[in-house]
Design a protein around this ligand. Structure first.
Ligand code: NI
Length: 167
């Protein structure tokens, strides 16, 4: 396994629309394992393939404290959503920024697992938020897009300053 490089906002590659996964092979399995390792190392609770420069419809999530429930969602689709909740979100592509975002309270998502088997998941709380956040990534949307223009500009400036410092 290997740690992957996570792209940071405002990198244009985060804006790509991810493609449907068609091949469930060793290469995909390796990417899934590397993404899980990268997410745990960060540490984070969710990671979309596009964040590591692979614009395919694959996300990994684990919202447990002891990292005991890794979830792999391939070609995920939200089948139903209801209610609304607002809570602070962060993103491995926007380090050290946390801002409130409004999301549905409950979602039902349908996806394929790493073997290509279809499953459904009903999610609330942090898991539900995380699923909605990661699905946004597949459409080239970063959570800061949900904030006001002024807030987003401020975050962009901060990120660009940070990048100059680390270069
Ligand atoms: Ni994110």
């Amino acid at each position: 396994m290997a740690l992957l490089n996570i792209l940071h906002f405002p990198d244009d590659r985060l804006r790509k629309i991810s493609k449907v996964v068609e091949h469930f092979d060793d290469r995909l399995n390796r990417l899934i394992d590397d993404m899980l390792e990268t997410m745990y190392d960060a540490p984070g609770v969710g990671l979309a393939a596009v964040q590591v420069g692979q614009p395919i419809r694959l996300i990994v999530i684990d919202v447990t404290d002891d990292r005991s429930d890794p979830k792999v969602l391939i070609n995920p689709v939200i089948m139903a959503k209801e209610g609304s909740q607002t809570s602070d979100e962060g993103c491995l592509s926007v380090p050290s920024i946390y801002e409130p975002v409004n999301r549905a309270e409950r979602v039902i998502v349908e996806a394929l697992d790493r073997n290509g088997e279809k499953f459904q998941l009903a999610a609330t709380g942090l898991l539900g938020i995380c699923i909605q956040h990661e699905l946004d990534h597949l459409e080239g949307i970063v959570f800061v897009d949900h904030l006001s223009v002024i807030k987003r500009m401020r975050i962009k400036k901060k990120m660009e300053k940070l990048r100059k410092k680390t270069m």
